[in-house]
Design a protein around this ligand. Structure first.
Ligand code: NAD
Length: 487
């Protein structure tokens, strides 16, 4: 066995094998020291009956090499296949998705010639926890999970990344005007951690105007950190306005493993034609070389790539109808320019790693302090969700009031979050899914799970079908649940 750094490589689906072959060839000619270990993932594996899209041997390779260069894969539509990308990110704890977005104007045409922004996307939580349920014939839910340790990790990563890369500003995007608890926690953690980096400027935008600003004035941003779903959308907007989805690469970083890829998909519409742009995967590979301690090779490739563009050699997605070359010819053109530097673009420069250069995070203060933490969690009530398509809100309310006590009293009924009892409006549209909120009765001092179980039994006996409950808690006396709209 050689001493070269082993990395796991997946050639993927669609255009994946073409762009991977081109990328590996460039790496080899540039003198990158690595040994690829190929695994099969994706469509072939799904269709062979592995519903996760990855085999045990592939996991074994990933856990051993800890570095993964991955081509895009095709997730078969329907059939309940889980996204393999999400599975890999979460299983290997790749909590940070780093997506640099840079303008290469005027060669890659864009209305925004001066952009150099990095999106740091939380990669494991949020709606991508993938916890979904159908609760009634009319209603499905997807649980949005935002955790304090997860938020602390990604926000700290963004600030450390900014510090190590001489970035001046870190911006946070959330929707905490609406999701006050979940996005509110992310924003709060951002404000807390920002205090530790007084030299870095910070700001916060509500996600909708934030993404609009990326589309309109992206040059105003430097590093932007955000929860998973927003990061997914914002980074595609950023890539698209800069001219081609075929160019940007991305790194998925965890405490132990890392995965590098292009941001685009498997492009089945052009697969097998030999015309795909390998640049997105090549940029992923450049980030990988920096990660495994070969920054000078990364620099050589990046500069040869910039020079290739400067010399007017493009694939079809960039040429946009003008003269273009195929995937292989493009790779050959980059190889021919290894050792050259661009004259119009700023040359790329990656410094040799020194001690402490990796963004290695301290354990979150919360996790560190878990044993000593004094948080009093007090049961304050319960939301009982019921299926009902027979009686009105008033009738349901009166029925529940009659069986609530003595420990509990009915506070409110909402439908899709808005109050319908007491004093609901006839204009409010309702579905078959009702949230009935009970609080501790006046004069009662303590509520227990047994009280809630007794309540559920009475609800059952009254012929009302409850479908789930959510306990309502206070944490150190502070309400840990949102009020109903109109409560
Ligand atoms: P896509 O990114 O594959 O393609 C969108 C458009 O961009 C297509 O017109 C395509 O031809 C073009 N394009 C993409 N990459 C290009 C390249 N390198 N060179 C030239 N043109 C390029 O997105 P899609 O069509 O929505 O998805 C296709 C498949 O890819 C789906 O199965 C999806 O699940 C999968 N996907 C995988 C990943 C991944 O593995 N990381 C990411 C996104 C989508």
């Amino acid at each position: 066995m050689s001493n070269k750094r082993q990395i796991t490589v997946a050639r993927g689906d669609g255009i994946g094998p073409e762009i991977m072959d081109a990328t590996l060839k460039i790496l080899e000619y540039a003198g990158a020291e690595f040994e690829p270990e190929f695994i099969d993932i994706g469509e072939k594996v799904y269709l062979a009956g592995q519903s996760a899209g990855i085999s045990d041997e592939a996991w074994e390779s990933l856990r051993r090499t800890k570095v993964f260069l991955k081509s895009p894969i095709t997730t078969p539509q329907g059939g309940g296949y889980k996204s393999l990308n999400v599975t890999i990110r979460k299983t290997l704890g790749l909590y940070a998705n780093i997506r640099p977005n840079i303008s290469y104007h005027p060669i890659i045409k864009t209305k925004h010639p001066d952009v150099d922004l990095v999106i740091v996307r939380e990669n494991e939580e949020d709606l991508y926890a993938g916890i979904e349920h159908q609760q009634t014939p009319e209603v499905v839910q997807c649980l949005k999970l935002i955790t304090r340790p997860g938020s602390e990790k990604i926000v700290r990563y963004a600030f450390e990344y900014a510090k190590k890369n001489n970035r001046k500003k870190v911006t946070c995007f959330t929707k905490d005007n609406i999701m006050k608890l979940s996005d509110g926690l992310f924003h709060k953690v951002f404000n807390e951690i920002a205090q530790e980096y007084p030299d870095i400027e910070t700001d916060h935008w509500i996600i909708d105007i934030g993404i609009a600003k990326i589309a309109d004035t992206p040059q105003e941003f430097d590093v932007i950190v955000m929860p998973n779903l927003y990061g997914d959308i914002a980074s595609d907007v950023a890539a698209q306005i800069l001219g081609s989805v075929g160019v940007a690469g991305s790194a998925n970083i965890g405490d132990q493993c890392a995965m590098f890829e292009a941001i685009h998909g498997s492009a089945p519409d052009i697969a097998g034609k030999g015309i795909a742009n390998p640049s997105g995967l090549l940029h992923g590979a450049i980030m990988m070389l920096v990660h495994i301690g070969q920054p000078k090779v990364a620099e050589k490739i990046h500069n040869a790539w910039l020079k290739t563009l400067e010399d007017g050699v493009y694939t079809g997605d960039i040429a946009k109808g003008g003269p273009s070359v195929g995937t292989n010819e493009f790779a050959e053109a980059v190889i021919a320019r290894l050792g050259q530097v661009p004259t119009k673009f700023e040359p790329a420069s990656y410094k040799e790693k020194s001690e402490g250069d990796d963004v290695k995070l301290e354990m979150s203060p919360l996790a560190k302090d878990r044993a000593n933490r004094q948080i009093v969690q007090e049961l304050d009530g319960v939301d009982v969700f019921v299926l009902n398509n027979e009686i009105t809100a008033d009738e349901l309310g009166q029925k529940l009031e009659a069986i609530a006590g003595p420990e509990l009293e009915l506070a409110i009924i909402t439908n899709r979050g808005v109050k319908v009892y007491p004093n609901g409006f006839p204009e409010t549209f309702t579905t078959d899914h009702w949230r009935c909120r009970f609080h501790l009765s006046e004069g009662q001092s303590q509520l227990t799970n047994t009280d809630i179980m007794k309540l559920l039994q009475r609800v059952d006996e009254a012929g009302i079908q409850w479908i789930k409950i959510e306990n309502l808690y206070k944490f150190n006396g502070e309400r840990g649940y949102s009020l109903g709209q109109g409560q």
